[in-house]
Design a protein around this ligand. Structure first.
Ligand code: ADP
Ligand code: MG
Ligand code: MG
Length: 922
């Protein structure tokens, strides 16, 4: 005999807990359904007596060549005796028969597992006995024929059509329209016919031995763990294959005993809005799945009191009790038999993003859970969903029905967009800015010089590319809804139209794009636009997140390091972005890219003049013209960020980016020569020569960033003057300004030593001129591996570090991002060479190791060194976690990601509470 315990009776949850060690362990052992049935029993909720065969039993059975392990069957029989005693009925005894259901139940609720078999224990003898007891022959034979059919299909694998056919034939013969028109005698006849179906299909009779019924049903549940459906689901949902399923054998209660009986399902709060009000439905005189099967019209749970007042009162009480006990919204199943309520299941209810936030906040306000728990009940993804405009499901269903749907592709960037189609970036931008149109840009794919069009669009649709294509990455970064790779769309740039299976959509026509689902529709679908202000529950939740992050000591770190959680800052180039960032809860600007300002149509000619200047004087002349533009941009930024730090990065890209392309110029020059045009030819030729002289074979690694500043200091000198004049002007107006000047692309400390002191001089001069003083910092972007490695020296000069993880990832891997994403990254990820796209989720082992080292060494020189991240990773929850653990001060991300990052930052602060920051080499 083995002393291994395979079976737990309804009152043995304590033993299960002792054995499994935790509630999670109990769920693993008894399955979610079994564990909660046992827990409900323990707290005095009426549950029909039952026993559970453990998941370990399932695994042992499967490992043992599909045979019950030693002792299991004996334990099941003993447990059945315990159930009989509690139910005061006897299994297989015609005088007082116990019937049971056999229910599967894994740790996680899992489609693909065996369906529940009800009414086990009925046979020819017990059926007769039940008729005498209930005086309801029709009810008994209805239950019996259901058992034979359910058992036949679910346990024995007979096709349900065979049973259906018998039923239909009988109904026809008896001229019965519905099942309910069949009499008790008809159903008796059906029972006999169903038995024949079983015999014919399997070669043996429907088992009359009730114990045999339980045994076969249990084996079938175990076997269903390895059904194809179950395996596929586990693969998709990342559920381990070795968990196994439990089997619950539960005393039957009958909701179909008459009009004093019924069955229903309910959520303790509204799962779609979160409203704190019971939400559910029920049916009188019905059993099991009738409510969800949709064969009869159900009643709203609110009306149950009218027909079953006593049971309803009891139910309300129990629903409240369960929610308090589990401290979570519950999804319950119940049955009322002759006025008596029985609970058959409870579990944490699934909910929409909106409901998740409301329920978490309400429960914390009710004192049911703490604010910390509320924070952990909502996922960053749910917050993201709530901030993008959406099409309601109803709207899309309608659009599908009326034929508006025309294409689907990869759901690259969530959110819904409605606009007019334009097929190139310049037109898209023109239509949006000059004509104020809502634009959807449609392209085969996008390139860096399409970005201005993408940014002015409400949505983007491409016919090529995948989830890491340029269009997808840029769209996500800027929060533009985007569908990529809709390959059925054929774009005709000459006719300026697209064609999808013969349907033509011309430029200027309206379409609607759902970046969350990857669908595209013709016409204007109704948008539901959420704003953070209106979402008071989300605002509350995020304010709690900020409180948690602002708690001193929540992070254990070396002396002088930040001990609160991460702050969330934003990347914003324009005052309007800064305002949005602030409204979304940013605590600073982590990156303002100044060169965007150079590209504006009014400024570009001056910028070009500045670049092409032959003398320092003419260059300075052009720069003096640019200065007021820059200054006014910066003033707006400082004003928007009153009281908060603003990091402004000095010019970064190589100069040729501001000039026309060599090819285009060459073509123009040749055309002019061929046509004999002389007017302006000389200037064009000179420009071409200049562009050629600026040509670099790898401009990414060429004359840019700090190198350019050293070669041509006038530009950054003008920029620093603009920054400090703007700050001074604002300070004089009473704005609290905190400028931080960021020097890009440092690789060697000597670069900073050359340039930074000159710039600091300018800063001081301006403050003196304006007669005002304020605090400021000079620091650098860490985006070249050498800078990370020599952080100790760099921080002798730099007062802050900001990890530019886009470039740092490129340089560390030696990938050029565009080439990598276009040519091999997808393959790498598919083949498992790389686990994830390192441009989306920080490569912690490589790039991250450099970052950790840079923080530690940088603070060795300068303990108060401020460290942040401004790459695209700053808004990614996994990367945020990493930034917290290496001791950074803040993360900076797109304004749209700020709320998501605030939640993620608080969650990681709680996750690592009291844990020492990890500064060691790994
Ligand atoms: P699922 O996991 O698909 O919800 P369940 O095991 O919960 O499967 O059962 C399916 C249906 O049968 C549910 O409506 C449930 O309430 C009902 N049911 C299960 N066991 C019993 C029982 N012992 N008495 C009455 N109804 C039952
Ligand atoms: Mg259920
Ligand atoms: Mg960079």
């Amino acid at each position: 005999m083995t002393d291994r315990k395979w079976v737990y009776l309804f009152d043995e949850v304590k033993a299960a807990e002792d054995y499994a060690g935790s509630w999670d362990g109990v769920r693993g052992l008894l399955g979610g359904k079994g564990a909660n049935l046992a827990e409900m029993t323990r707290i005095g909720v009426p549950v029909p007596p039952f026993f559970t065969v453990t998941t370990e039993g399932c695994n042992a059975y499967l490992a043992n060549d599909n045979k019950f392990p030693e002792g299991m069957w004996e334990q099941m029989v003993t447990a059945l005796k315990g159930v009989e005693k509690a139910a005061n009925k006897e299994f297989g005894n015609p005088k007082n028969p116990l019937l049971v259901s056999c229910r599967s139940g894994a740790k996680m609720s899992m489609p693909g597992m065996m369906d529940t078999v009800l009414n086990i224990g009925l046979n020819d003898e017990t059926a007769k006995g039940m008729v005498e007891l209930t005086e309801n022959e029709r009810f008994v034979y209805d239950a019996y024929r259901r058992l034979i059919a359910m058992f036949g299909t679910v346990v024995l694998g007979i096709s349900d059509e065979k049973f259906e056919k018998e039923l239909e034939e009988l109904k026809e013969a008896k001229k019965a329209k519905a099942d309910t028109d069949l009499t008790a005698d008809d159903l008796k006849e059906l029972v006999e016919n169903f038995k024949k179906v079983t015999k014919e299909a399997k070669g043996f009779d429907f088992p009359q031995d009730p114990l045999e019924q339980i045994r076969l049903a249990t084996e079938a549940v175990f076997g269903s763990w390895n059904s194809k459906r179950a395996i596929d689901y586990r693969k998709a949902a990342d559920i381990p294959d070795d968990l196994g399923t439990a089997v619950n054998v539960v005393t039957m209660v009958f909701g179909n005993m008459g009009w004093n009986s019924g069955t229903g399902v309910a959520f303790t709060r509204n799962p779609s809005t979160g409203e704190a009000k019971l939400f559910g439905e029920y049916l009188l005189n019905a059993q099991g799945e009738d409510v969800v099967a949709g064969i009869r019209n159900t009643e709203k749970i609110e009306t149950m009191g009218e027909s079953l007042p006593e049971a309803n009162k009891h139910f309300l009480e129990i629903a409240g009790k369960l929610e308090k006990h589990y401290r979570e919204m519950q999804d319950v199943e119940f049955t009322i038999e002759n006025g008596k309520l029985w609970m058959l299941q409870t579990r944490n209810g699934k909910r929409t993003a909106r409901a998740a936030v409301k329920i978490a906040v309400d429960m914390a306000n009710e004192g049911l859970i703490s604010k910390e728990e509320a924070i952990q009940r909502v996922t960053p993804k749910q917050v993201d969903t709530l901030l993008h405009p959406q099409f309601l499901e109803e709207t899309k269903e309608k659009a599908h029905k009326d034929g508006s749907f025309f294409a689907s592709g990869v759901n690259a960037s969530p959110g819904a967009a409605v606009g007019q189609v334009y097929f190139d970036a310049d037109t898209a931008e023109k239509m949006a800015t000059d004509e104020g149109k809502d634009v959807i840009m449609v392209r085969p794919f996008t390139k860096p010089d399409d970005v201005h069009g993408m940014l002015s669009s409400k949505g983007i649709l491409t016919s090529e590319g995948g989830a890491t294509s340029h269009a997808a990455v840029v769209a996500r970064q800027f929060g533009v809804p985007c569908v990529v790779g809709a390959s059925m769309v054929k774009i005709d740039m000459v006719k300026r139209q697209m064609e999808i299976d013969g349907r033509v959509i011309k430029e200027g026509e309206w379409i609607s794009v759902d970046g969350g689902s990857g669908e595209a529709f013709v016409g204007k679908l109704d948008l539901t636009a959420p704003s953070l202000d209106e979402q008071t529950d989300l605002m509350t939740l995020l304010s709690w997140a900020d409180e948690i992050c602002a708690t001193d000591g929540i992070r254990k770190a070396p002396k002088g390091w930040p001990t609160r959680g991460l702050q969330v800052w934003a990347n914003a180039d324009y005052p309007k972005d800064a305002q949005r960032a602030r409204a979304y809860g940013a605590k600073g600007i982590g990156l303002c890219r100044t060169e965007h300002m150079f590209f504006e149509p009014a400024r570009l000619p001056i910028v070009q003049r500045m670049i092409l200047a032959k003398t320092s004087e003419t260059r300075t002349e052009a720069l003096n013209e640019l200065l007021p533009y820059q200054r006014s941009d910066f003033e707006g930024l400082f004003e928007a960020m009153d009281g908060q730090p603003v990091i402004i990065r000095l010019i970064d890209p190589p100069l040729h980016e501001f000039l026309p392309s060599e090819e285009a110029l060459l073509e123009e020059v040749i055309t002019m020569r061929v046509k004999g045009e002389t007017k302006g030819l000389e200037e064009k030729e000179e420009l071409l020569a200049n562009v050629r002289s600026l040509h670099e074979s790898n401009p990414m690694m060429g004359l840019r960033g700090v190198r350019l500043s050293i070669a041509m200091p006038e530009i950054v000198e003008m920029q620093v003057r603009a920054i400090f004049e703007a700050a001074a002007n604002m300070a004089l107006k009473g704005v609290s300004v905190h400028p931080e000047v960021m020097i890009p692309l440092t690789g060697h400390v000597n670069e900073l030593k050359v340039i930074q002191p000159r710039l600091i001089e300018i800063a001081k001069d301006v403050m003196k001129e304006k007669g005002v003083e304020f605090s400021y910092k000079f620091g650098t972007m860490i985006e070249i591996p050498r800078a990370a490695v020599t952080a100790k020296e760099i921080s002798e000069v730099a007062e802050f570090f900001s990890f530019g993880t886009n470039d740092l990832t490129q340089m560390t891997f030696g990938y050029s991002r565009d080439d990598a994403e276009r040519n091999f990254l997808v393959t790498y990820i598919e083949q498992g060479i790389l686990p994830k796209n390192p441009f989306q989720t920080l490569d912690q082992d490589g790039v991250g190791a450099l970052m950790r080292r840079a923080v530690r060494n940088g603070r060795e020189t300068r303990v108060e060194l401020e460290v942040g991240i401004c790459g695209e990773h700053g808004g990614d929850p996994d990367s945020i976690e990493f930034c917290h653990t290496i001791g950074q001060n803040y993360v900076s991300c797109s304004p749209f990601r700020v709320p998501v990052a605030r939640l993620a930052a608080a969650q990681v602060a709680l996750k690592y509470k009291d844990q020492e920051v990890n500064i060691k080499e790994q």
